[in-house]
Design a protein around this ligand. Structure first.
Ligand code: GDP
Length: 304
């Protein structure tokens, strides 16, 4: 739980406050109680569907086990949250799909400003610290400044960057990066892509083109397509995630800026409504502020 301590401070305050109000004085665990619970969960941004699901399942369980004590109800809520998260992804892996017998190639997608470049820099730092040989590809050639920004993160992390001029063909950058990966035996290749092009079809085609180039050399790659969303934008992030899910095969979510929001409950909304695993969370602006997502630690962190 420790690693989420600072990052979840804001979420915990609101979440905890709601829960404390809910459980403050002696009261019946009745219909009104559940209505208040639903409201509290919705305000904590777990999403409407998810709030209803938690409430429904909880009501059943309370009846079934004849739970009367509020502390038991509270524990059941925590269990439910973890369970909902886990049940959704019983067949998936929460961890990044890292290869041991060849390079791991990860594509990053997401709209501008969500923290894509920062997340790539943080992940590069992690693997560099692990003693891996890391390469970044600046394939967002569309947005002015994106290439330089990635180069800055490459420098910070002490890893190499493949870049072309602004406005050049992103597929050519990917091609060069894949060639370099092969020739120079890189362990990890992280590809920054443009968040928005002229339109959705264009973006879809660009991403497909990049994937084909990668697949030609490494048939099992890309090993992850990570969508970065900004936790502070709440429902807007959900809409973006839905759009990207339609555009390309997203394998996981990087939820950035969790430290700047009380909307920590979003993690559950993403899981329950989009059926995507949250793989990484951003908990600050420093290079070390990136953590693997662990549903147990996360939910307990919310209630601590
Ligand atoms: P991009 O346009 O998607 O590449 O976004 P950037 O990586 O440039 O990030 C946009 C802003 O969000 C920058 O000011 C980052 O410092 C900030 N940022 C990114 N991740 C986090 C995070 O986890 N926590 C906080 N507090 N800020 C972040």
């Amino acid at each position: 739980v420790e690693k989420y301590d600072k990052g979840l401070e804001k979420s915990r305050k609101t979440f905890g406050q709601f829960m404390n109000n809910l459980f403050s004085n002696f009261r019946m665990v009745d219909d009104e109680f559940f209505e208040e619970l639903e409201e509290a969960l919705i305000r904590a941004d777990v999403g409407f569907e998810t709030a209803m699901r938690i409430s429904d399942e909880l009501q059943e369980e309370v009846k079934l086990k004849n739970v009367k004590k509020q502390s038991d109800v509270q524990n059941t809520i925590i269990e439910k949250l973890v369970e909902i998260y886990d049940a959704e992804g019983a067949d998936e892996n929460n961890e990044l799909n890292i290869q041991t017998d060849g390079p791991t190639i990860i594509l990053f997608v997401g709209v501008n400003g969500v923290g894509k470049t920062t997340s790539i820099g943080k992940l590069a730092h992690r693997y560099k610290q692990d003693g891996k040989k890391v390469l970044l590809a600046a394939a967002d050639t569309f947005r002015a400044g994106a290439i330089d920004q990635l180069a800055v993160w490459g420098e910070r992390a002490g890893v190499d960057v493949v870049k072309h001029a602004a406005g050049s063909d992103p597929a050519a950058v990917v091609f060069d990066a894949v060639e370099k990966t092969k020739k120079e035996n890189y362990d990890i290749l992280l590809v920054d892509t443009a968040g928005r092009l002229q339109n959705k079809v264009h973006l879809m085609k660009e991403l497909e083109k990049m994937k084909r180039i990668i697949e030609r050399e490494y048939p099992s790659a890309p090993h992850e397509v990570l969508l970065v969303v900004d936790a502070t934008t709440g429902q807007n992030a959900m809409v973006q995630a839905k759009e990207f899910k339609d555009t390309t095969d997203v394998t996981g979510i990087v939820l950035s800026k969790l430290d700047g929001t009380a909307k920590g409950g979003m993690v559950l909304a993403i899981r329950n409504e989009l059926h995507l695993p949250v793989k990484l969370v951003g908990l600050g602006e420093r290079i070390t502020d990136l953590e693997d997502f662990d549903p147990n630690q996360f939910v307990y962190g919310l209630f601590k």
